[in-house]
Design a protein around this ligand. Structure first.
Ligand SMILES: Cc1ncc(COP(=O)(O)O)c(C=O)c1O
Length: 376
């Protein structure tokens, strides 16, 4: 069966071989006589699946032993509450700082305010002139030297890839250089997890919902430096207390077993692609192809400051927005799905995650060209 190209921002395209393997093992996992869905989360088969997924992820991300890996539920928005409940009180007075660069970091900041003093250290929520070009709000990243981080904050949060705005951090600053050596970085990496090497040791905690680059919806990966655990607020549910989850190797209560299993298959696929380094090269080639075409065209436009354009989520607008419906209808007819931009920004968005092959991006560029030829 020929499948269309799926540009959904998430849940999103998975490697076809992963879906095939999950299908082949659906009724009987490795001679166990059970589907993974039917196994006890404490039985030896699932323990093997879960431990192997963790080991593969550790290898892929080069994680040292002092970082815990936790497979949790609740998604990115769940972590917006779970992170502060675990960390915001760790230094006494509950306080955390936020770099706000778009929709998702705005929501993280707002949610954390329910648990303590959540303050904005820097924001790109205003227009700015960068490199002689006028940038609209949330299409740029404030330079690290301008961040006002409180040295006594429990942590500094940033979203390293804003899925809606298409803004990606290429680097994370050393907070010691910003006068806050004891403030760990908390990174929401949901939409570019495993798409490029990320040096987690420069952060205290990183989380990512799996449903973009790393598996199906239902599992959220949390990677945290162990010394930050064990200081949760007393209101934190015990099932969301990282100290409990880490101590029980993600099996404090019933984890999303099937989602962890599929995520584990995705990790093996990432290894077979040459790891995150291999995928980075492929992702760069895909992004260059798409941005290259958009930039050369007078008909389409990507609004993001070029140095922080996301390799994963590429928003673009048609100069004549009255053509939007025709564009989307034609795209679907051409087998290009889910190109509609997020409702908060409109326009179009192509999410070109790890599992989207170069051929899919080429098909999109061919369609962009053809549409421009007909309507431009
Ligand atoms: C960067 C980022 N953070 C958080 C979320 C929210 O994730 P969830 O819907 O799993 O709660 C999303 C969802 O798209 C996201 O892209």
């Amino acid at each position: 069966m020929a499948r269309p190209w799926n540009f959904s921002a998430g849940p999103s395209v998975l490697p076809e071989v992963v879906l095939q393997q999950a299908a082949a093992e659906m009724l009987d996992w490795h001679g166990s006589g059970m589907s993974v869905m039917e196994m006890s989360h404490r039985g030896r088969q699932f323990v093997q699946i879960c431990d192997e997924a963790e080991a593969d992820l550790r290898e892929l991300m080069n994680l040292p032993a002092d970082y815990a890996v936790m497979f949790m539920q609740g998604g990115g928005l769940g972590e917006n509450a779970i992170v502060p409940m675990n960390l915001i009180g760790r230094r006494g007075v509950p306080a955390a700082d936020f770099v706000v660069t778009g929709h998702w970091s705005t929501r993280s900041h707002k949610e954390a305010g329910r648990y303590g003093d959540a303050r904005i250290a820097a924001s790109s929520g205003v227009a700015a002139e960068i490199g002689g070009r006028e940038q609209r709000p949330f299409t740029w990243v404030p330079p690290a030297q301008s961040w006002q981080v409180r040295p006594e904050a429990a942590y500094l949060h940033l979203c390293s890839n804003e899925t809606i705005g298409g803004v990606e951090f290429t680097d994370w600053p050393d907070l010691a250089e910003l006068g806050a050596p004891d403030v760990p970085l908390v990174v929401d990496a949901s939409s570019h997890f495993l798409s490029r090497p990320l040096d987690v040791t420069r952060a205290g905690l990183l989380f990512a919902g799996a449903q973009k680059n790393a598996g199906p919806a239902g599992v959220t990966v949390v990677i945290a430096r162990r010394d930050l655990l064990g200081k949760a607020l007393s209101i934190c549910p015990s099932a969301f207390d990282y100290a409990n989850v880490a101590a029980e190797h993600s099996r404090y209560n019933t984890p999303p077993t099937f989602a962890i299993y599929v995520a584990g298959l995705v990790y093996k696929w990432v290894k077979a692609q040459g790891g995150v380094e291999g995928l980075e090269a492929a992702n760069k080639a895909k992004a260059d192809l798409l941005y290259g075409y958009l930039d050369a065209s007078e008909f389409y436009r990507n609004p993001v400051e070029p140095s922080v354009r996301s390799r994963m989520n590429v928003p673009f607008v048609l100069r004549d927005e009255s053509l939007n419906d025709a564009f989307l209808q034609g795209a679907e007819a051409a087998g290009l799905l889910a190109l509609k931009g997020h409702k908060s920004v409109g326009g179009m968005r192509a999410s070109i995650y790890n599992a989207m092959p170069l051929a899919g991006v080429q098909a999109l560029v061919d369609y962009l060209k053809e549409f421009e030829r007909r309507y431009g």
